[in-house]
Design a protein around this ligand. Structure first.
Ligand code: NAP
Length: 265
């Protein structure tokens, strides 16, 4: 049995994680952390029934008391770097779904995790379909190097562009460079600020935030007289849970920091 502490246990993603861990015979909910529901029961908040585990608000103290095998973190971009450092310092393996960590921060966490003989896994997207969307995009990019990304999310998302869109752009850029191909230069001369989106590795990313969406992305490739669009839609946050459970079970297998669910597939 792996004992799992969920950070952000009352959030949209965290409460699904509590449920997924509760329902998996090889995993056990060890505790939950949030800011607003301190003192309430982790199971009651996640909708799985009373578990006799109280929600706490101090990650470091909870790690000292509960000594979980794995922490799963779905909190906010503002606190994730410190959360990760706290887990690694305590020698506890971590699975991170929270977006917003920079490449430099990931590099620092990798070194710290190696030093402390701890494992940390980060995935900007835990859905299998999204991982395949990125893989297919890297296969198309050498043949159709002109590409733009539209990502669409619910209006409570705090960061833009999404971590998935940034990761997709990074992978497409690497695939184009490896193939020695370049996109056509952008000929736009005049535009309103933001009209061409954010540029990541020279790839425009357009972020839409509206109620009704969960997590969606379209990767648009343009060629002479043809277009190819790869599209992925997460219709329910449950779509992320098989990936989260897989990562919880596999995180200890790789020392240091591992980035991207494709490493476990
Ligand atoms: P959410 O519903 O707003 O939940 C955020 C959670 O973080 C809540 O439990 C909240 O507690 C807690 N929190 C807020 N401030 C905190 C702080 N200072 N310290 C510790 N905990 C704090 O957000 P969500 O939709 O679940 O998303 C969470 C993260 O996961 C976001 O970064 C999002 O982009 C990412 N995400 C990743 C994936 C993926 O596949 N990797 C998929 C979806 C979302 P209170 O409620 O008590 O304030």
């Amino acid at each position: 049995m792996l004992r799992v502490l969920v950070n952000g246990a009352d959030g949209r993603m965290g409460s699904q994680v509590v449920k997924a861990v509760f329902e998996d015979p090889e995993l056990e909910v060890a505790g939950g952390i949030s800011i607003t529901h301190v003192g309430e029961d982790v199971g009651d908040i996640a909708g799985v029934g009373h578990l006799g585990l109280t929600i706490r608000d101090d990650l470091g103290a909870a790690l000292d008391d509960i000594k979980p095998d794995v922490v799963v973190d779905f909190t906010t971009p503002k606190v994730i770097f410190n959360n990760a450092k706290t887990c690694i310092e305590h020698g506890v393996n971590m699975v991170v779904g929270t977006t917003g960590l920079t490449a430099e921060q990931r590099h620092e966490l990798h070194a710290l995790a190696l030093e402390k003989k701890t494992s940390i896994f980060i995935a900007p997207n835990f859905s299998i379909g999204a991982v395949l969307m990125m893989k297919l995009s890297t296969e198309v990019a050498p043949y159709l190097p002109d590409v733009e990304i539209i990502e669409l999310h619910h209006n409570n998302k705090l960061d833009a562009p999404s971590g998935t869109a940034i990761m997709t752009a990074d992978k497409i850029d690497a695939a184009r460079k490896e193939a020695g191909v370049q996109p056509a230069p952008d000929k736009t001369h005049e535009s309103l600020d933001g009209a061409r989106g954010a540029s990541v590795d020279g790839i425009p990313i357009h972020s839409v935030r509206l109620p009704g969406y969960i997590a969606h992305q379209q990767v648009l490739f343009g060629g002479y007289g043809e277009l190819l669009t790869i599209r992925h839609d997460s219709m329910d946050r449950k779509s992320f849970m098989p990936g989260v459970v897989l990562a919880v079970k596999k995180v200890s297998s790789r020392p240091g920091l591992t980035f991207g669910l494709e490493n476990y597939l």
